[in-house]
Design a binder for this molecule. Structure first.
Ligand code: AMP
Ligand code: MG
Length: 538
């Protein structure tokens, strides 16, 4: 196929591949597994597949790249975004990074099944990297195949778009395609491998630079390349810092680290706001831009349980449990600090920024909690109210999303009718039998204290409700909803993927007719694999 047969938008994609132009390449090509030195990436072509087929695409991401509906629905689009067709100005490559997995240094990891096609300059001048996930082996695939299955690709595609619309910083997803190939996976790692449909997601982000990129260069002792890579990152992703500080100075390195700390605090505060559990917060899965990245065995809190982790590999230590995410983020930042230490040679300011993370996180979390509760602002005295809430949410199995959303239906005038106070919240409780008199009276006492506080705020009720409904989503990608979309997709019916994609575009709006997507987890999903437990196999 020559360029003239490309649909308009696709032929107009403008590439400017700075990563491969400005950073040193591994001299070897091909997917032969290897450790590299003195280089940041390896050129590698995606592996052709038998029958590319589009399953879904994000209209907003497409639009931001200048692609129309016709472009996305063209045969060329499916060919390009499964990796069958590489455009002339692309420069496909896999990048090299390392990381700490579950707290242990794992050495070289790298893009084992991600291939960056190139960097697009969008019609409004932004830089966006197009990255295929599941397009075949790379030098960094280690013992794995470089492929992805439909199950995990549906989860990544839907969740990254859902997170964006929830206002959580995230990488985006342009497309979800089938390859027409079958991929062998042992989903539960229990000796029962089975064939599953192969799929590719095209992810989109200004860059996919991870903490682990810096860690790898530091671990190899390639300090000059580390310096160069950091300067590259500043130029591409943090140009405002180079406008304020001298290039190559210690100050600019420290200002950058401070900003990574801030962005990470912001991201994790959002996760806590919406009830998202990443599941594998290894340092190779942390973006320096503070974007949620690598959707694997993530999950959404159903009943509020700060100790919950969706990842079966994490079941023993629960390192990545919901309530531990801020502390893990800080630990990960400490590893990043260690890796850039040679460029600073002074631990004190790095330690100060690490403490700054804590302060920043706490203040963002308090702001968000104030918004969730519809308070004008967080006051010091609210700490007790929040602490009590934390235990009230654990008295009985309480759906986090429904609890907060429905809380907006209460107002201080209801203090006059105490018997009805809990009514709006009843849908949030999974097991009505757990609501004993004792439990009810504890919940009641908190609600009364809360409404008293709301009364003191003297805010117009509509304003308070609007503030709450903007912080407490009606719709999130509940674990069982993703699984329903997967079950249907595996039988060739993609309607649930499309419907969820549509509903999750407006997570804060009550959508008449879509109530079913806001319901708490049905009983069948309580223990079902894929709904309550996820493995890393994907
Ligand atoms: P993760 O825990 O999914 O972030 O993956 C850790 C490392 O394993 C990364 O280097 C991935 O690229 C690599 N990896 C995961 N799955 C595969 C696969 N199916 N094929 C090749 N590499 C993989
Ligand atoms: Mg990863």
């Amino acid at each position: 196929m020559n360029i003239s047969t490309l649909p308009d938008g696709l032929s107009r994609l403008r590439f400017d591949n700075r990563f491969t132009r400005e950073l040193p390449a591994d001299p070897e090509t091909g997917s032969n597994r290897r450790q590299i030195r003195d280089a940041c990436f390896s050129r590698i072509q995606p592996t052709p597949v038998v029958a590319p087929q589009l399953v879904a695409y994000s209209a907003e991401v497409a639009d931001s790249l200048g692609l129309s509906v016709a472009d996305c629905e063209s045969a060329a689009f499916a060919e390009i975004f499964t990796g069958n067709r590489v455009l002339a100005d692309m420069d496909p490559h896999a990048t090299c990074y390392g990381g700490h997995q579950f707290g242990n240094w794992a050495g070289q990891l790298g893009d084992g099944r991600a291939i960056n096609l190139g960097e697009v300059i969008t019609p409004d001048g932004a830089r966006q990297v197009l990255q295929l996930k599941g397009a075949g082996p790379t030098p960094y695939s280690r013992s794995a195949d470089g492929l992805a299955v439909l199950r995990s690709s549906v989860r990544e595609f839907l969740c990254s778009e859902a997170m964006h619309h929830l206002g959580v910083p995230t990488t985006r997803a342009l497309s979800l395609t089938l390859t027409g190939e079958q991929v062998m996976r042992d989903m539960l790692y229990d000796g029962h491998p089975a064939l599953e449909p192969g799929a590719v997601v095209c992810r989109v982000a200004p860059s996919f630079t991870r903490f682990g990129h810096f860690q790898m260069l530091a671990a190899r002792g390639e300090i000059e390349l580390l310096r160069k890579f950091l300067h590259f990152t500043l130029e591409v992703d943090f140009p405002h810092l180079l406008a304020q500080h001298e290039a190559g100075s210690r100050e600019v390195v420290l200002a950058w680290f401070a900003e990574v700390c801030e962005r990470t605090a912001e991201m994790v505060a959002h996760w806590m706001r919406v009830g998202f559990v990443h599941g594998v917060m290894n340092t190779d899965n942390m973006s320096v831009l503070g974007l949620t990245i690598d959707y694997g065995p993530y999950g959404w809190l159903e009943d509020y349980d700060p100790d919950w982790t969706p990842n079966t590999t994490d079941a023993a230590g629960r390192r990545y449990r919901f309530g531990h995410q801020p502390a893990v983020a800080q630990w990960n930042l400490l590893q990043l600090a260690n890796s850039i230490y040679p460029l600073v040679e002074d631990a004190a300011p790095l330690e100060e920024h690490l403490r700054g993370f804590e302060i920043r996180y706490m203040s963002r979390w308090q702001d968000m909690m104030a918004a969730k509760l519809g308070l004008k602002a967080f006051e010091r005295t609210d700490a007790v109210l929040l602490e009590t809430l934390e235990s009230v949410l654990q008295l009985a199995e309480t759906d986090m999303t429904l609890f907060f959303r429905n809380l907006a239906e209460l107002d201080p005038t209801m203090l006059q009718r105490p018997a009805e106070l809990m009514d709006p919240l009843l849908p949030a409780y999974y097991l009505p039998d757990q609501l004993t008199d004792e439990v009810r009276s504890e919940i009641h006492a908190w609600l009364a204290a809360y409404l008293q506080r709301v009364g003191d705020d003297r805010q117009a009720p509509e304003l308070r409700r609007a503030r709450m409904n903007g912080a407490n989503p009606r719709y999130v990608l509940r674990n069982y909803l993703a699984q329903l979309a997967i079950d249907k997709s595996e039988s060739g019916d993609y309607s649930v993927v499309h419907e969820l994609l549509q509903v999750l575009r407006q997570p804060y709006a009550d959508q008449p007719g879509k109530e079913a997507f806001a319901e708490k987890r049905p009983d069948w999903a309580r223990t079902r694999v894929g709904c309550s437990q996820l493995s890393c196999s994907s």
